[in-house]
Design a protein around this ligand. Structure first.
Ligand SMILES: [Zn+2]
Length: 266
């Protein structure tokens, strides 16, 4: 699907297209009906987005409603800005988070040697239902060292979740400005249950959840280029940072835990 098609489709059609692509590429995946799709890659980085939007959240069983197709909407591009209309009236575009879905999809067009793990979650906008279900199932994610969400309205900025900050400097080294702790997206759930760092990148949609929502294509493309550079380089967990975190634990939090952990890893 193209970005415009992602903006005009419902979750079920989007998930079906990702599964078709994974089958074509021979990639393994785990799909839990309506909740999440994990397409297994072969690097230590995961990229994630949510398939639901505020605009068509009624179109999901997660809201106890039958799946239905969204009312058709027209996507308009003018001077590099995408907006949406229904019956000639501006409406919610759904760039949050179909931009992220589009960027995840592009990862599946790369060389098979370097495909990151792709996670799509449903029900983010109604409380992170899909990612919460995933955390309850708690699949083994030992192969993942960093999870990157593409679900932020900012330009050139990222936020983080959970307590593992060991990837901050590495992310900043690609030109992203650190805005601090994020409020909520699926990786806020993931970061609570898993130990790897979780960061969320600005990706070019703005004024989400309102009829004024728009996508700035230039910002989206710049975000993609920077993300792709990160994925090409590959993430190497910074051992020095882990040691520093351990010292923090030792002095301020959990002495016994850190002693045991520190003796093995620091
Ligand atoms: Zn979002």
């Amino acid at each position: 699907m193209t970005l415009t098609e992602f903006l005009q489709s419902n979750q079920t059609a989007i998930i079906a297209d990702f599964i078709k692509k994974a089958d074509e590429l021979g990639l393994e995946y785990i799909y839990k009906d309506e909740y999440y799709l994990w397409i297994k890659g072969n690097t230590n980085i995961a990229v994630t987005a949510h398939v639901d939007t505020v605009d068509i959240k009624y179109a999901s069983r997660l809201d106890s409603m039958p799946i239905q197709n969204p009312e058709p909407k027209m996507i308009v591009e003018d001077k590099g800005i995408l907006t949406a209309y229904r019956n000639e009236t501006r409406c919610i575009l759904g760039g949050d988070d179909r931009v992220g879905v589009h960027i995840c999809y592009e990862q599946l067009s790369k060389s098979l040697e370097e495909i990151p793990h792709i996670f799509l979650f449903n029900g983010e906008e109604v409380g992170g239902i899909g990612s919460n279900e995933f955390c309850q199932d708690k699949p083994n994610l030992d192969m993942i060292e960093l999870m990157i969400a593409v679900d932020c309205p900012y330009n050139n900025e990222f936020v983080w979740y959970g307590d593992n900050r060991s990837a901050d400097k590495w992310v900043e080294s690609f030109g992203w400005h650190n805005r601090g702790r994020g409020i909520f997206t699926d990786i806020a759930n993931i970061g609570y249950y898993y130990d790897f760092p979780c960061v969320n990148l600005g990706c070019g949609y703005f004024k989400q959840h309102t009829p004024e929502e728009y996508i700035d294509i230039e910002i989206m493309e710049m975000s993609k280029r920077k993300l792709n550079r990160m994925l090409e380089e590959g993430y190497v967990p910074k051992l020095e940072q882990i040691a520093l975190d351990c010292i923090d634990d030792f002095f301020f939090e959990d002495e016994a835990h850190c002693y045991e952990w520190g003796s093995q890893n620091c």
